[in-house]
Design a protein around this ligand. Sequence first.
Ligand code: APR
Length: 318
Amino acid sequence: MARPKIALIGGGQIGGVLAQLTALRELGDVVMFDIVEGLPQGKCLDIAEASPVDGFDVELKGTNDYKDIAGANVVIVTAGLPRKPGMSRDDLIEVNSKIMTSVAEGIRDNAPDAFVIVISNPLDAMVTLCQKITGFPPNRVMGQAGVLDSARFAAFIAWELGVSIKDVNAMTLGGHGDTMVPLVRYASVNGIPVMELLERKYGSKEKAKEVMDAMVKRTKGAGGEVVALLKTGSAFYSPASSAIAMAESILKDQKRVLPTCAYLQGEFGVDGYYVGVPCVLGANGVEKIIEFTLDEEEQAMFDNSVNAVKNLVDSLNL
Ligand code: APR
């Protein structure tokens, strides 16, 4: 059986890590597309030359021609500008919409059967645009945001409680911006509510809430925290890892439940917008959107986040 083919559109910071992770995990052959001549070719050659050391059997090809993505099973899109310090993700909408338009046309015309995972920001708007232009069914076009936002939340909890990250379960919902909703009530260490563990650690409900509020705030601003430190771009290791988890779940039909920017058609009371919610990702892409009950406060935060997504997406006048 032929190896799966993973096309990466954008060979910048995230694109490079995506290619390396795909190779190291032997998920399939890699084609990296970029408009800059030599960049994808150079990165792919560099990674391929590590194959005798790391021992992976995949082909890596850099290209400036969309024809080379033909037959791709999964396409991961990172084309577009990253943030600079002081910018919000939404500030990128004008320039990245133009880039996404050409990218989506390239995917539509050359890899019509692919599953598409968008990473480019502002995520909720870019994935919407990508779906509209490709015309692919929504189960085949999704965005990566929630896996990363949730990973950040989980990391902060693990560090705070001094427990292994492997035993922390935490999730965020909503848009990929300041309005995202880290779900405090469902955050747990092997099923034990994090709030209870914080109360035991600090001996009071008030202090536990204060510590949790700080972690929630840090989660919402975590992308900006990295941008402020790097000064020349935005996070790239963690977004790449997150998208690879989604691609792997699809390619291996793992049916993992991953927070995904998915097209809602009535779920969570939202119709016709891409929003971050837990989804089953398998051989059919977004196979199922998992609904569950939000309490009043969570629902209000979710509605606020959905409104922010709607305002941004509606500004595209699609
Ligand atoms: N088609 C294909 N690639 C393009 C296009 C285009 N029309 N325009 C720009 N690119 C390429 C650039 O040449 C660059 O190599 O996209 C790549 C983007 O890489 P970086 O600038 O390193 O950005 P990166 O950190 O990878 O982030 C990419 O993901 O998380 C988001 O906010 C981030 O929108 C940004 C995107």
